[in-house]
Design a protein around this ligand. Structure first.
Ligand code: F6R
Length: 620
């Protein structure tokens, strides 16, 4: 949700910033903007509504001679306050044009701040919550106890702000310096040789350096070409721990694919294998970080899974595995609803928070609520050191690598693998599974990358079908047992990418209402259970298929290889390898991902950047 890049060094800042913005555009593409200090008191700013390409066209039109400096910053926006227009695009400036700011997050007390500024005669030129901070910092820099000190000015203003923010400030009189403040929004510092970077995530500077530092809550960092200093909002120095990014530039490039999402779909076997790697030692499951005693895990008597969107669907799947393996009751909750309904939580409750980005505000607030109620929190996250894992008692990382396509794909299947590891960790802690049973389940998980690779072989057949379905008005999805969350995920992918009405039902519910939707030619995607593993459910779904076919539905059936009984009833059959029942979602999800992406492409949409969305949702 909004991408931010900052650079101080010796290279032309504009080039570095535009490269960084290209890599961060998945975070928001409502507008983009840049600010560069020329070192002689000049501050050049350009900003444009729409995707980054619009800004680049604009820069080509107006020329870039005034952007001739080696300090600068850039922004790619997902609009919250103020529509996606030129005037609301970042960077924002104070009236004297000395201070520039870019922002990710929401400043909740912006109405009062704007009113105060207007009462003092300041002319506000945008509808945003952000602009006020440029005026406030300019004023703090000009007068009073913080005069002439940009970091002190930023700290003073930050103390007045409510909400979530990453803010980067430059001052025309201070070339060679950027000051940034962070609360509940992500910010990382990249450490180069004679150059320093800021980014919403490491993708912003991965091309230049893999050495980075993650800022903590309520901290202010000043970067110069020679390094960085960090303090808290009161100005006390703070120690921060550098880390090395484990993936490289190639992982953030399309690698010959037409779009990131297809590359990421194809990376699923590796992502799952990397997520599992190293987590079984001496027939015991080990987590990445555990700030809990083993006894705390043993004493858990209830599990809540909290997450949003696709991560929530992986949580729905976790319920089947965790309940089956541990006999613990598991409730799966939308993170956005969780804390508003006063859930019953105590020390023996384990809350599993699943988040690819680790910065989703709804999930973060659910974590905070759980901790206030003394529950233990275990995070499953794809982003090292993000806020959700930092605030949790235990962490299991999915090692899916960077996911640039806005729609979650490889992180979904990695999340499924990770939640199953959590299920096994709980089963071993509670003694509901012997070590050799844990090892056996783990071995089955380890066989999944190969099964997913074989599911990927059907990509071309799925693509053809996609072109066939692209003109449909709506698509329904049906599933049962673990096939139901898969159906939900298939429908979500189609909605977000192809902008089609798509809805999923537990097939048993059909007769309770949804069957009325079936009409001549309506495509219905059915996720079939295994005829061997779930024979009873298989038979019931077969009947459901006949019921809907009789009413004119056109069926697209995802079924296990060798399931001959289904053939006469499927208008289109997409086969996936036979795997154990609980693991079937890992293979049956693949054709649904491809279908959604290819239908979107056939309809002429940008698969990686669906409208109105952003990769991480850092507002509630
Ligand atoms: C859908 C999608 C979203 C995210 C959701 C949670 O393709 O990507 O539904 O799954 O916004 O995001 P994280 O996992 O970052 O908390």
């Amino acid at each position: 949700m909004c991408g931010i890049v900052g650079y101080v060094g010796s290279r032309p800042a504009l080039d570095v910033i535009l490269d960084g913005l290209r890599r961060l555009e998945y975070r928001g593409y409502d507008s983009a903007g840049v600010a560069v200090l020329d070192g002689a008191g000049g501050l050049a700013v350009e900003r444009k509504a729409g995707p980054l390409a619009n800004l680049e066209t604009r820069l080509a039109e107006v020329g870039t001679t005034q952007f001739n400096g080696t300090t600068g910053m850039g922004h790619t926006r997902w609009a919250t306050h103020g529509g996606p227009t030129d005037r609301n695009a970042h960077p924002h400036r104070d009236n004297a044009g000395k201070v520039a700011v870019v922002h990710n997050g929401i400043i909740e007390n912006f109405i009062a701040l704007r009113a105060g500024l207007e009462a003092d005669g300041v002319e506000l030129t945008s509808d945003t919550d952000t602009e006020a901070t440029a005026h406030l910092v300019a004023r703090a820099y000009d007068e009073g106890p913080t005069a002439g000190d940009l970091a002190a000015s930023v700290r003073a203003v930050s103390r007045r702000l409510e909400g979530a923010f990453t803010l980067l400030f430059t001052h025309a009189d201070r070339p060679g310096e950027i000051v940034a403040a962070r609360r509940s929004s992500p910010l990382v510092v990249g450490l180069g040789d004679g150059e320093t970077f800021l980014g919403s995530d490491v993708a912003a500077f991965i091309e230049h350096t893999r050495d980075a530092v993650e800022l903590g809550q309520d901290q202010v960092v000043t970067i110069t070409a020679d390094g960085y200093t960090v303090t808290d909002f009161a100005g006390e120095p703070v120690e921060v721990k550098p880390f090395r990014v484990t993936w490289d530039l190639a992982a953030a490039e399309k690698g010959g694919h037409d779009y990131f999402m297809l590359k990421e779909i194809e990376e699923q076997p590796t992502a799952i294998a990397d997520t599992l790697r190293g987590h079984l030692i001496d027939r015991r499951i080990v987590l990445d970080e555990q700030r809990l005693a083993d006894a705390d895990l043993r004493d858990v008597d209830k599990v809540f899974v909290v997450a949003c969107g696709t991560a929530y669907h992986s949580g729905l799947l976790a319920k089947y595995a965790i309940e089956h393996w541990t006999r613990l009751p598991v409730e799966v909750e939308l993170a956005s609803e969780f804390r508003y309904r006063d859930p019953v939580l105590d020390r023996q409750t384990l809350v599993v928070a699943i988040s690819q980005s680790g910065e989703t505000m709804d999930t973060l607030e659910a974590v905070r609520h759980a901790k206030e109620q003394k529950a233990r929190v275990l995070a499953i996250c794809n982003t090292n050191g993000a806020q959700i894992p930092r605030e949790s008692d235990a962490v299991l990382y999915t090692h899916a690598g960077p996911e640039i396509g806005v729609a979650a794909t490889k992180t979904f299947t990695s999340q499924i693998a990770a939640t199953y590891l959590v299920g096994l960790a709980l089963a071993q802690a509670r003694g509901t599974k012997y070590p050799d049973e844990v090892a056996r389940e783990f071995a089955e998980l380890e066989a999944m990358p190969a099964a997913v690779a074989s599911a990927l072989e059907a990509v071309d057949a799925t693509r053809e079908l996609a072109y066939d379905l692209a003109l449909s008005r709506a698509v329904l999805f049906l599933g049962r047992h673990v096939g139901y969350p898969v159906a939900l995920e298939g429908a979500l992918k189609l909605k977000e990418l192809a902008y089609m009405h798509a809805e999923a039902f537990a097939a048993g519910e059909l007769k309770h209402g949804p069957i009325a939707l079936i009409e001549q030619g309506l495509p219905v995607v059915v996720v079939m259970p295994s005829p061997k593993g779930r024979a009873v459910l298989h038979a019931k779904l077969l009947s459901n298929i006949q019921e809907i076919t009789a009413r004119g539905a056109r069926t697209v059936v995802i079924a296990e290889e060798g399931d001959e009984t289904i053939r006469p009833f499927a208008h289109h059959l997409l086969e996936v390898p036979a795997v154990p029942t609980l693991l079937q979602p890992l293979v049956s999800t693949v054709p649904l991902q491809v279908l959604a992406a290819e239908i979107a492409r056939a309809r002429g949409y940008d698969v990686d950047k669906p409208r109105n969305l952003a990769k991480s949702v850092t507002v509630e």
